[in-house]
Design a protein around this ligand. Structure first.
Ligand code: SF4
Ligand code: SF4
Ligand code: SF4
Length: 667
């Protein structure tokens, strides 16, 4: 009987394969010469008995041990080559206990010997094709991806996961020309090398692999499968993705009020357009709801004190959206409950649209879905529109505050929708809710029973359904022309939380000083949906909910969220959530080249060809990117999420846009 797997201990970067796997491997050979890396796997070291655990593991096999060589740092090619020269391998088969790098070094040094990998490198988590591990003193750190399923014995000691540009594990792609890789034209095709070495050893590549036998499909079945895939890709809008929504943890929790912060950091710029102009100075006493900065241009938004207290200073603080220091009013809470509000407009139905629009402006309301465009400007479209769309999709994974807002603030939401419709002068109002929010759909549908002026439209769950262009296309079948706005397709879109804020500003006179957001993610112990005062420091929220300080923090969701370099930001009007997620286990030392798989093209909802951005972006050919429509990109992140080569496409796209604007701005 073979023993159980040895326990991983200090420095171990690989572990023995399971007993059953070892029996299958060793049954292939009457004798094996063991080569053991003792540096990383201390339990293998035993000067007297010589690899007792290895011998135990092989005790139940008929295979005899022809000899054993222990090497400190098997991955040290120079040292290993000297040792192998003085300790010749006494069998046509070598069994290597080491990480993948050690196995490859031995296979390289003994090209005529069949080398068995008796251990698996320990995976570092994430995508094994990109999370390259670093082992021992190897001079080629990319030799092992620590995929956790070492099968170098099948591939003559050449790893296809790291050596093949496409990480193909079942054979070549067929694109090699004259033995050279079709992606990296200066490198030999890994699979041709594998076949050549196997053939020199009198072996063939024949591992059992699980593949669909397409030949057994009828032509009809193939056609229906293709049609299904095509239909899904075109469903509602082209492309898009179905990422795991991970909304279970926070999705069922009610909205709870987070306590006022002791110190609020209130940025003057938390909207699209000109930063607001301060109306207060250091030492001024303010009440909650008091206007502390006024609009500074047509496209701008007023800012109000979220808490009562004293203005401690007006100075620059790290801005979580701009990612640079930006001016903010710092207010220290005075412990009082002093507040002011605007006069309620209870008879709003009899007021003219301009008066209501002015109220929206006075209240500092901006798009709360993340875009932060001033709502009063949006409510004055330059051309007539016929439809108001209320966006309840919340298609970003993890976030669920909008969902809870629809469930728990349904009446305010519907009143807000009516006010927006009244201001815009449209009769049709559609509330779009993704199908993964059945409670919200049910609550709103029940409230609207018997009414035909506002309807709830359940839409299929697909990312990025919440993007304005996708919504207008899905609901109205209208395409927004390139470079244009929803109003150019006859529609105006508002997020559900914005509609609630409009209702409270008009009906109750409340300026925008708080918002609903989600604090969640795998590294948050107590996820929550919260009503939070604008200006609340991120650190207060994250500590209160048990976020791991080592996590990767995103303001927003995992697809479009802004990665935060620290916890020093504070809630702004566009903060839809804070997600604390694991950092990539290993940062790849260098990005891979595009392998022309086309997955990004399939996923792009704007029908762009992101692989062109990978090509031109790496060469800093910004003008070429502009020619290929980069300005139409909505930065949804689908291409980057799906990219086989894990290319940071969105950051290349953003750079190209900055260069394009710079070029346009030149006289
Ligand atoms: S991608 Fe390159 S290395 Fe991989 S099989 Fe194709 S030609 Fe060979
Ligand atoms: S980020 Fe831009 S290029 Fe990439 S999928 Fe989204 S819209 Fe397309
Ligand atoms: S997803 Fe696009 S950019 Fe990424 S490797 Fe495939 S074709 Fe290239």
């Amino acid at each position: 009987m073979l023993t159980d797997r040895p326990v991983i201990c200090d420095y171990a970067k690989f572990r023995a394969k399971k007993s059953e796997e070892l029996s299958v491997l060793l049954a292939q050979t009457p004798s094996v010469f063991l080569i053991v890396c003792t540096k990383c796997f201390h339990r293998m070291r035993d000067e007297d008995a010589g690899c007792p655990e290895v011998r135990n593991a092989l005790a139940g096999c008929a295979t005899t041990i022809a000899g054993c060589l222990e090497v400190d740092f098997l991955c040290n090619r120079e040292k290993t080559s000297v040792l192998l020269a003085t300790h010749p391998c006494g069998s046509s088969t070598a069994g290597v206990f080491s990480c993948g790098v050690g196995v490859q070094v031995v296979a390289d040094l003994l090209p005529d010997t069949c080398v068995l990998a008796l251990a698996d490198s320990i995976p570092h988590g994430g995508n094994a094709t990109t999370d390259v591990a670093y082992h021992g003193v190897s001079l080629r750190p990319w030799q092992c991806a620590a995929c956790g399923q070492c099968r170098l014995q099948d591939t003559a000691g050449i790893c296809p996961v790291v050596e093949c540009a496409k990480s193909l594990v079942n054979g070549p792609c067929g694109g090699a020309k004259n033995g050279m890789c079709e992606v990296h034209e200066s490198l030999p095709c890994a699979w041709e090398r594998i076949y050549a070495r196997l053939s020199a050893q009198g072996r063939q590549f024949s591992p059992p692999v699980q593949v669909h036998n397409c030949a057994s499909f009828s032509p009809e079945k193939k056609a229906s499968l293709s049609a299904e895939v095509r239909q899904k890709r075109r469903e509602g809008f082209p492309g898009g993705l179905y990422p795991p929504d991970e909304k279970e943890r926070a999705g069922s929790l009610s909205l709870a009020r987070f306590p006022d912060p002791q110190v609020a950091v209130v940025f003057l710029s938390q909207h699209a357009g000109a930063p607001a102009r301060p109306l207060v100075k250091k030492g001024d006493r303010v009440k909650a709801g008091q206007e502390i900065a006024e609009t500074a241009a047509a496209i701008s938004a007023a800012v109000h004190a979220p808490i009562p207290g004293v203005v401690a200073e007006i100075s620059e603080r790290f801005h979580p959206s701009l990612l640079t220091p930006a001016p903010a009013v710092i207010i220290e809470h005075d412990g009082s409950g002093a507040s002011v509000s605007l006069p309620p407009m209870t008879g709003w139905r009899s007021l003219d649209p301009a008066t209501l629009r002015q109220r929206v402006r006075q209240a500092g309301i901006v798009g709360l879905g993340g875009a932060m465009f001033p709502s009063d400007v949006k409510l004055n479209p330059p051309r007539p529109v016929d439809t108001l769309i209320i966006n309840g999709c919340e298609c970003e994974p993890i976030l669920s505050a909008d969902n809870l807002t629809m469930v728990e603030c349904a009446d305010d939401l519907l009143d807000g929708a009516e006010m927006l419709r009244h201001i815009l002068g449209v009769t049709r109002c559609l509330i779009a809710v993704e199908e993964n929010k059945p409670r919200a759909c049910a609550v709103l549908t029940e409230r609207l029973a018997g009414r035909d002026d506002i309807s709830v439209v359940p839409v299929k769950t697909k990312y990025p359904q919440g993007a304005e262009r996708m919504l207008v296309l899905r609901l109205l079948g209208r395409r927004i022309p390139e470079g244009k706005l929803p109003c150019d397709a006859g529609a105006v879109v508002f997020n559900v939380s914005t509609a609630v804020a409009v209702c409270r500003a008009v009906r109750d006179g409340l300026p925008l000083i708080e918002r609903a957001l989600t604090v969640a993610g795998a590294l948050v112990k107590n996820p929550a949906n919260l009503i939070v005062k604008i200006g609340t420091p991120f650190a207060d929220l994250l500590r209160a909910h048990g976020a791991d300080e080592e996590s990767r923090l995103l303001m927003g969701g995992p697809m479009m969220g802004v990665a935060q370099p620290s916890w020093s930001g504070a809630v702004i009007k566009g903060t839809t959530g804070l997600c604390a997620v694991p950092r990539p286990a290993v940062i790849p030392s260098e990005e891979r080249d595009c392998i022309k798989c086309g997955r990004c093209v399939d996923a792009c909802p704007m029908d762009l060809v992101p692989s062109r951005y990978a090509f031109h972006g790496k060469r800093q050919e910004w003008a070429q990117m502009q020619r290929h429509g980069v300005l139409s990109c909505i930065e949804c992140g689908c291409c980057e999420y799906i990219c086989s080569a894990k290319i940071a496409l969105v950051s290349l796209i953003r750079k190209a846009k900055i260069h394009a604007r710079h070029l346009t701005a030149k006289p």
